[in-house]
Design a protein around this ligand. Structure first.
Ligand code: ATP
Ligand code: MG
Length: 251
């Protein structure tokens, strides 16, 4: 995101993963500067996600943000604009797609690609068993593994919930580990204020409910969950003065 002022080179803020090393950060900053920026600020991805979700990250309270992306889920606890805890687990939307592919192969001898699996996930995917034990159904196409010919199959939400149980469980565990590792006062704030979900994976049907049932915490899904990181990076530039200590111009 950049802010252009007349007759000057733009100031640019770039978002970097929390785990980026000093060498990687320097390389990113250097390439932004050599592209013509006057100043290059870096902001950590969990902070950008939390700002984009509208969380009060500079307050003296603990906030937990869980960004469920494609490749990874990042769980972070923030307080006073700092990252108190952050951990990345290799489970996210891609793993959910794979789980659906594997389920259909094992249970129904049906081979589908990851694109089909992702379509099923976004259309009827759910993290929780439907109350009627079945839920909504849709028809998908794949190849029958027994005779190699195309086949159609109706899948319902109960089946997809079963397929997604493991990745959903892993996301719950990452939240619990974060809560257990967070200093007690901040953990108490999180119990009071709840957890914010961001990222595309946060849009999985009833992921918030499943997390609430399994962790006992209150869970919200951010408005515009898919765009929180970009929105937060933009807002960091807009409110640069108030947020200056979460932006790194130096390292
Ligand atoms: N409605 C939906 N239900 C379930 N999953 C969804 C939905 N919409 C998008 N997704 C999933 O969200 C994921 C992409 O999310 P996002 O854009 O936050 O990831 P990313 O930032 O690219 O990945 P990472 O943070 O791991 O680098 C994909 O796996 C996509 O299938
Ligand atoms: Mg992401």
């Amino acid at each position: 995101m950049h802010k252009r002022t007349t007759f000057s080179k733009p100031k640019i803020i770039v978002c970097v993963p929390h785990g980026a090393t000093p060498v990687e950060k320097r390389a990113i900053r250097q390439s932004v500067l050599s592209a013509g920026a006057r100043k290059a600020g870096l902001i950590a991805e969990p902070i950008a996600a939390a700002i984009g979700a509208g969380m009060p990250i500079t307050d003296p309270t603990g906030s937990m943000v869980v960004d469920v992306g494609g490749g990874t889920t990042e769980v972070a606890v923030l307080s006073l604009g700092d990252i108190v805890y952050a951990r990345s687990v290799r489970v996210g939307g891609d793993r959910m797609d794979e789980a659906i592919v594997n389920y259909l192969r094992r249970q129904h001898n049906l081979l589908v690609g990851e694109t089909t699996a992702e379509r099923v996930k976004t259309a009827i995917g759910t993290a929780r068993m439907p109350d009627d034990g079945r839920g909504v159904a849709m028809t998908i196409r794949g190849r029958d593994l027994l005779n190699g010919v195309p086949k159609e199959l109706e899948v319902n939400q109960a089946q997809i919930a079963e397929a997604l149980a493991e990745p959903v469980q892993q996301i719950c565990e990452a939240v619990m580990v974060a809560l257990e590792t967070t200093p007690p006062d901040l953990a108490a704030d999180i119990v009071d204020r709840g957890v914010m979900l961001t990222g595309g994976g946060a849009l999985l049907g009833e992921l918030d409910l499943a997390l609430r049932e399994q962790t006992g915490l209150s869970i919200s899904v951010a408005d515009e969950a898919l765009n929180c990181v970009a929105l937060g990076t933009g807002r960091a530039l807009e409110y640069e003065k108030q947020l200056r200590h979460v932006i790194d111009y130096e390292s």
